[in-house]
Design a protein around this ligand. Structure first.
Ligand SMILES: Cc1cc2nc3c(=O)[nH]c(=O)nc-3n(C[C@H](O)[C@H](O)[C@H](O)COP(=O)(O)OP(=O)(O)OC[C@H]3O[C@@H](n4cnc5c(N)ncnc54)[C@H](O)[C@@H]3O)c2cc1C
Length: 367
């Protein structure tokens, strides 16, 4: 069996690793000149780490698991709204880790034979029979995997009438701050905006900001510094420690529910199938789960039955997580004072059980 993978991001490369390990021939077509990722961090949650374990790569990241830094949600003064019991969460679900995106891509890329990787190859069209038209000509395969991200050309080729990804009303900035003494992983909620910071194993701090804004807004670092100047420590210092060119801004999109992830010999995977808000830190983790599952079903059932089984296994779960992710992030973007006051008063009263239960379906995945 030969599989062409469109897109060499986390989802595409993980799929290539999983298929290659099962002796299936792969070819990864990536439009960028090299296989790499933006300069930002990424949380790999317990389920994502388990998917990497299935590829034999989890151990490389487990070395970077930090020893239980306090974690949770604060208000802009710094009071805890939710304080996670980190040790209990780790006992229940296993550890999680914050990594540099490029490091994860590097790990995956190294596990795929170099001759299977075709950077600088932009796909223009994918047909249900497994034909792929791209900048280097035309290729065919028994199965094509569209792992080409939220604005997927594969999806557009096969489902031209489906609605486009939806802007969810807030834009995101990401950056990596130089090492400084930050010993907690926190998301701080204000009114229509929030700031997150997570220490990485090498001492640098992965930071993100999300704020309500019209689609396509261009808001620079100086404005962010002003907006967050009176928020609790270390937020102002983190914003001061970074240069404008290191800050990446991107609008946040979510993909409406697709009726299927499969058409003919083609499957969608990762953001191409289920782009979600970043609120649960699950987009890449779900792409990793997709990859491991697809390799398993193709290997054990063959192309047609394997694709159908992949769709049955992955669509309900990923669409449930898209919905939960949207819901969980919504209160952070409320702007009315009565609503945010009520929110900040209610969150500390939530029983821990409620929080643990809400994570259980997402974190307990196994192949
Ligand atoms: C602000 C933010 C924070 C996030 N935080 C987390 C987190 O903490 N944890 C987590 O699990 N997830 C997180 N995510 C989600 C995660 O980044 C994505 O879900 C994940 O990167 C999706 O991977 P992918 O491989 O499906 O798509 P992508 O990463 O978009 O990769 C698609 C690849 O396809 C290539 N491509 C596109 N079109 C073509 C074409 N026509 N021909 C050839 N190649 C093409 C692209 O160049 C790219 O390399 C976050 C997302 C955002 C925006």
């Amino acid at each position: 069996m030969k599989v062409i993978i469109v897109g060499g991001g986390i989802g595409g490369l993980a799929t290539a690793v999983a298929l290659h390990q099962r002796g299936i021939q792969v070819e990864v077509l990536e439009r960028a000149a090299e296989f790499t990722e933006v300069g930002a961090g990424l949380s790999i949650q317990p389920n994502g780490l388990r998917a990497l374990d299935a590829l034999g790569l989890g151990e490389h990241l487990r070395a970077g698991v930090l020893a239980g830094p306090p974690a949770g949600i604060r208000n802009s003064r710094g009071d805890w709204l939710i304080r996670n019991d980190v040790d209990d969460l780790k006992r229940r679900f296993g550890p999680w880790v914050t990594v540099h995106r490029a490091a994860l891509i590097g790990l995956l890329r190294a596990a795929v034979p170099a001759e299977a990787l075709r950077p600088g190859t932009a796909v223009q069209e994918v047909r249900p029979d497994g034909t792929v038209r791209h900048s280097g000509g035309v290729s065919t395969a028994d199965v094509v995997v569209g792992a080409d991200g939220v604005h997927s050309v594969t999806r557009g080729s096969l489902w031209p009438s489906l609605s486009s990804p939806r802007y969810v009303g807030y834009t995101t900035w990401r950056f990596i701050a130089p090492p400084q003494p930050v010993e907690e992983s926190v998301e701080t909620w204000g009114r229509g905006e929030r700031f997150g910071y997570l220490p990485m194993p090498d001492g640098r701090i992965y930071c993100y900001v999300m704020a309500n804004a019209p689609a396509g807004s261009d808001i620079g670092l100086n404005e962010l510094r002003e907006r967050f100047a009176r928020w609790h420590r270390p937020i102002p210092a983190l914003l001061e420690s970074v240069a404008e060119e290191a800050v990446l801004q991107r609008d946040t999109h979510e993909l409406p529910k697709l009726p299927t992830y499969v058409s003919g010999n083609v499957a969608l995977l990762g953001d191409a199938a289920h782009a979600m808000t970043p609120n649960l830190g699950q987009g890449a983790c779900q792409a990793l789960e997709d990859a491991v599952t697809l390799a398993h079903t193709l290997d054990t059932l063959g192309p047609r039955a394997g694709l159908a089984a992949y769709d049955r296994a992955r669509r309900p779960r990923t669409q449930m997580i898209v919905r939960r992710s949207r819901q969980v992030g919504a209160p952070a973007h409320w702007t009315s004072t009565p609503m945010t006051t009520l929110r900040d008063a209610a969150l500390p009263l939530l029983p821990k059980m409620f929080f643990n239960r809400s994570l259980t379906p997402t974190y307990t995945w196994t192949i």
